[in-house]
Design a protein around this ligand. Sequence first.
Ligand code: FAD
Length: 424
Amino acid sequence: MKTQVHTGSYYAATVNDVTDFAPLVGAQTADVCVIGAGFTGISTALHLAERGYDVHVVEANKIGWGASGRNGGQIIGGISGEKKIADHIGADGREIIRDLRWAGHEIIRERVEKYAIQCDLKFGYLDVAIKRRHLRQFEADYHELQSYDFPHEIRMLSRDETRETIGTDAYIGALLNMGNGHLHPLKMCVAEARAAVSLGARIYEQSPVLNIEHGAKAKVLTEQGHVSADAVVIAGNAYHALERKLRGIMFPVNSFIIATEPLREEVVATINPRDLAVCDPNFVLEYFRLSADKRLLFGGRCNYFGSDPQIIRKNLRPRMLKIYPQLASVAIDYAWGGSIGVPINRVPLLGRVSPNVFYCQGYSGHGVNVTHLAGRIMADAIGGTLEQFDLFANIRPVTVPGAHMLSKPMVALGILYYQIRDRL
Ligand SMILES: Cc1cc2nc3c(=O)[nH]c(=O)nc-3n(C[C@H](O)[C@H](O)[C@H](O)COP(=O)(O)OP(=O)(O)OC[C@H]3O[C@@H](n4cnc5c(N)ncnc54)[C@H](O)[C@@H]3O)c2cc1C
């Protein structure tokens, strides 16, 4: 199977640590074998290594090669499908979920401090409203956060305040939340992988897993070797096709990002002086923020399945200029995309395919936060503490037979449906 180098993203071009772990060769044994070195796999591995497990991570390409090294870097509160999960729990549901909504943020903060990670971490976030119903939704969120003494600054912004904060007339108001934030995701993912290795974890790059043999000792097989382990965690998210049971429970939805050249100081001072991450609430959404070197990273979902930077530029640049016409003469230096795992019922998919083979995927664009929580939940589950794992695993995934084969036309149809809904 052919392995790949990083996509041509701003992140790959500016990462501060380029990994080069050897492929898996020969027979290896481990307590736990994790498949996939994105945030889910690496977060799980780091939690396990901190608890003294012998953990091996097998990655098809490079650490952070998938969505984790390509995303908007926005640390967004909440879990997709959280209302469904809360309803499923019953009386205490809302309270239980409330505590989990920000848990990934805390794990990120703690790790950045504990391992002295340089990943351009910043706090400050703006949910921007395009329609009145968005404002009503943000007001409800604001009151909910206030009701339990949310420890960070939160504030509703009027249309004028929104314009002053991010230098555009495109939005009718916003919710400022200094508890959310942004980071350079590839730097973060690689640094967490290094932390896991410093605690004894082993990582193999350029090693696509071809099959898993189930049993008391599960065997994870690649072309040149295998790992026998007491437990396995499948963390390939939208990029894997392992295990028949996992097909058709999630759609890969594509999202794309362009990065401008570094902006002049006076431009930065007008479009985002507080260095906030910004996101609208549509399903076919747009999100943007500044990088550490003051480029505008502008992202959005669209109905395109390729990776041609010219097409991505052509699609996203007009959308960026609608919000910031003043950037018309600014060059676009990078354009890239990646796949997000969106479960059919939107609830993150945590479960098992056999007693000791677990899976963990499908965060619908909230993954920077939720992968960090999920890694901890998977480590707990492997250690026998199933309380939080079961909150997710007890919700049966919705399956659309053949969805993995029909994914392009079905996703196109889905996006069209949501585009219409977003406009209402
Ligand atoms: C363009 C884009 C923008 C996004 N923006 C945001 C954002 O701003 N905020 C946010 O919270 N979320 C965002 N997301 C979503 C977020 O990035 C993901 O939810 C998260 O990174 C998923 O992490 P993961 O580790 O589960 O999957 P991935 O990062 O995709 O990692 C899966 C890994 O598994 C490996 N793999 C697959 N199959 C195999 C195999 N057979 N053998 C070995 N390895 C295998 C892959 O090579 C890959 O490295 C965005 C996603 C994209 C694509």
